[in-house]
Design a protein around this ligand. Structure first.
Ligand code: SF4
Ligand code: SF4
Ligand code: FES
Length: 255
């Protein structure tokens, strides 16, 4: 069963642009990316869109559909009314390159600012041991496909461009949380305090746990509940209670 849908698609570049109207065929089972591809094939061959896997796994096709950050390839046309006008715009928090393609290099810069896992000095690869509970905790965060929809939706940078230098965003605060709760990470033995860095260098205090990042995550990662809130709790312990900090350190060494 096919029908004709009405789309508004943002077209333009860094110098400006606007919404353009299209009427386009939709077939059963299609997703929004199929419709964008049909527009390219039939009406607007130079429409720029970034995509790779069409399976929700590469994180390339991030955009905004009716103002909500979503993956184009994982948004089924059946979630909309056939009479509805569907608006497709580029991610708002990042500079436009052209049409639906944005420059997400802000995220790569933030990723580079976070020091990697520090292996324990007294263990060789192959000797690492972790409890299944600890493995499960970081595995949730490892599902991240780096679509940056959480970064796009977070009001700290979405509405306030000036916060970008001081705020890593949910995806990268989650990375710090993952490393900080890793039982084998020996960062503090090298003088690197991940909790302090989260607060003072990556803007953890800007996050007011609205959970908007969690709501748009296509991998269903509980970014706020499982990463940001625990990191905030530990950062507060670290800052205000040196005995808690010392206790945690001794416990970790004894594991
Ligand atoms: S919970 Fe924090 S990081 Fe997530 S969207 Fe809200 S303010 Fe941003
Ligand atoms: S945490 Fe979720 S929303 Fe954020 S980049 Fe990873 S997969 Fe995308
Ligand atoms: S094309 Fe890979 S996530 Fe959409």
């Amino acid at each position: 069963m096919s029908y004709q849908a009405h789309f508004k698609v943002w077209r333009g570049d860094a110098d400006g642009g606007g919404l353009r109207d299209f009427t386009v065929e939709v077939n059963e089972g299609e997703v929004v990316l199929d419709i964008i591809h049909r527009l390219q094939a039939t009406q607007t061959p130079d429409l720029a869109v970034r995509w790779n896997c069409k399976a929700g796994k590469c994180g390339s096709c991030s955009a905004e559909i009716n103002g909500r950050p979503r993956l184009l390839c994982m948004t089924r046309m059946s979630v909309f009314e056939q009479s509805e006008t569907i608006t497709v715009t580029p991610m708002r928090a990042f500079p436009v390159v052209r049409d639906l393609v944005t420059d997400v290099s802000f995220n790569y810069a933030k990723a580079r600012e976070i020091p990697a896992f520090v292996p324990p000095a007294d263990l060789k690869p192959g000797e690492y041991r972790m409890s299944q509970e600890d493995v499960g905790r970081s595995q949730e965060f490892r599902k991240c496909i780096e679509c940056f929809l959480c970064q796009d939706t977070c009001h700290v940078v979405r509405d306030f461009e000036e916060n970008k230098p001081a705020f890593a965003g949910p995806r990268f605060l989650m990375r710090i949380a993952e490393l900080d709760m890793h039982p084998l990470d020996a960062a503090d033995e090298t003088g690197l305090d991940r909790k302090r860095a989260a607060q003072e260098e990556h803007g953890l205090g800007y996050c007011n746990i609205t959970k908007c990042c969690t709501e748009v995550c296509p991998e269903g990662i509980k970014i706020t509940d499982n990463a940001l809130i625990p990191l905030k709790e530990r950062a507060v312990d670290r800052k205000y209670d040196p005995l808690v900090w010392l206790g945690n350190k001794i416990k970790r060494r004894g594991q």
